[in-house]
Design a protein around this ligand. Sequence first.
Ligand SMILES: [Cu+2]
Length: 173
Amino acid sequence: MRNTIVVIAALLAIFAVAAAKSSAPKPVTVKLQNGQGKDVGAATLSQAAHGVSIKLNVHDLPAGDHGIHIHQTAKCEGPDFKSAGAHLNPDSKKHGLQSPDGPHAGDIPNFVADVKGKSKATVVAPNVTMGDDAHSIFAGGGTALVIHAKADDGKTDPSGNSGDRIACGVITK
Ligand SMILES: [Cu+2]
């Protein structure tokens, strides 16, 4: 009798783990290109404890700090990538993770490209999801991951003085 209970308990534990795993959204890979249509690497987006984790593997960028955001439209047309629209902002807030009136859901901390123009940084977008809600990176048929020429100052609306959009990748399921 006791053995049966132990076996049943073990099976229930296995099912619980399997259920938890299968309910987590699958990671998505986003291919990034520059304004001339040249490949500059990719990003892997996966569920984080709070938000979405973005693991970069990028190259051929200008060295230094770069702003990076989730923009609202899943369209990357060079050379200026205006097609990606504004930042994902379902709550109509102001831009900037440090703004008292912010942030946009699509706001993300900066990353640094090394002297060779490469980065394997991981940044977390704290205010988006991989679900079916308005804050989802898949909302409205998808969004776009955009890298800017300069650092985002974290507070200046609408884009943190981060300059031109120099790379873009469509985010879809
Ligand atoms: Cu942006």
